[in-house]
Structure formats: structure tokens, C-alpha cells
Design a protein around this ligand. Sequence first.
Ligand code: FE
Ligand code: FE
Ligand code: ZN
Length: 277
Amino acid sequence: MLYIGCHLSYSKGYEAMGRQALDIDANTFAFFTRNPRGGSAKAIAPDDAAKLRDILAEKNFGKLVAHAPYTMNPCAADPNIRRFAREAMADDLVRMEFVPGNYYNFHPGSHVKQGTEIGIQLITEQLNECLTEEQSTTVLLETMAGKGSEMGRTFEEIQAIIDGVQLKDKLGVCFDTCHVWDAGYDIVGSLESVLEEFDRIIGIERLKAVHLNDSKNPIGSHKDRHEIIGSGNIGAEALIRVINHPALKNLPFILETPNDIDGYAKEIKFLRENYSE
Ligand code: FE
Ligand code: FE
Ligand code: ZN
């Protein structure tokens, strides 16, 4: 089953996201848990969330992949920024229980000249503070392009973070095709060996979701500029191989391409036409 969707705005509430997903033939989606560039969070109306839960169940949606705000930097040098990151994640995990059993994806952050060792330590500390035995949400570390001092640019870094976390069963990885390509992994020429490497270093069972994006830049550029499917350096053929790969084909695929809602609808249609059950 192909689970495909895109980022949707939560400005009109939860049920509205579910309806919009149905309008564009999506059966998963991503949404920001709070203002992505600020951090403030709107109160969730329980009856609105209940209506979304009904849609998800009735229409057999795949897991949703919520996204933490971009302003969250768990390994910032500034303790106030780290405090915001911890409070926001802890609060988001409470809010996620309005739609239980889904995914919450975050960027591991930027170590800002402190070095990767300190970065890994601060991220694991945050996860050890925020994850709880009771939560039904799986928290996903996103693979990153390695722009500046961004953490999570290699599978080894992701695994080093996971190694330090106590509640490992609450953790997974979100594989962003633009980011891994920009980080230097050749998913065009050898998807198979990239996934083998992922399996060897992290374990393929940790791979829970895919951000499906083309890239404006060549492999290893460390830029992180997403492109429309088929208009970038990864290309449609390679991304079609991604959605059809036996190790990936039942995961939720989230488009984060530079598009309006009609553009997303077209991409979803195109990918559905190129998926084989
Ligand atoms: Fe992201
Ligand atoms: Fe992403
Ligand atoms: Zn990105």
C-alpha cells in the first residue's frame, strides 16, 4: 500500500487537515505541531482531534508524520535555546496524544562550534528527559544535509544519538531523500548500497518514514534546497525506485517539495501511477 501525502497547514484545525488530505488523494500527511518559525502552540480542541481520528480510521490512513518547529535546537550552545527545545518537545509529545500512535519528527539540531561529541551528548540528554514509557508516539530523528554544523548528516551520527537514549523503542528515523543526497549518499546510482549501509549502521527496522523530495543541488553539496519531484538532481526515476523499494514501500512518504496544494495533488497522482502493489 502506498501511503503518500504532504505538509498540510493546521491553521484551520485537525479535521480540516484530514479533509484536505482526502481532497488530494493523500492517505498520510505532515503538519507542524506549533508555529514552525516561532514556537507558540495553539490549543487543540478535543472534538476537532476526535473528528480527525475518525477520518484516519475510516479511510485507512498510514501513520502521520508530525514535524517539530525549525526553531527547536536540542544541541544549541545557548541554554535558553536548549530549554525551549526540551519544553517544546515535552509539550508536543503530550499534544501528540490527541492523535495517538503516530510519528513526531525533529531535526537533531546544530552543534554551533561545540563539536559533534557535545552535540550527540546534548541531543541524547534531551531525548532522555522528554521520552516517556507512556507515550504512544514514536519520535523520529531526521537525516540531515549537513548544512553548517547540522547534526545527523551521517548514519553513524544518528546511531550515536540512538545509542545514548534509554527508551530506544520510542525512537525511529525519518529518511529525507534530499538531505541524504545532499549529505553525500548516492540514492540515484546505488539506492541498494545506501540502504544496506543504513541497515548495517542503524538497522533498517528503525526506518519509519520517508520525506520524499528532489534536490536543487548535486550529491554531497550540503545545501538542503528541496525541488519538485523530477525537476532536480535526484530525478523522478530514482524517487520512483525509492517508493517501490521492498524495504520502504509500506512506509509513509511525505512530500516537502516547493509546491502549492495543486502541485502536491499532481505529485501524489504521478507517484500513485508509478507505484506497483
Ligand atoms: Fe525536516
Ligand atoms: Fe525533511
Ligand atoms: Zn530540508
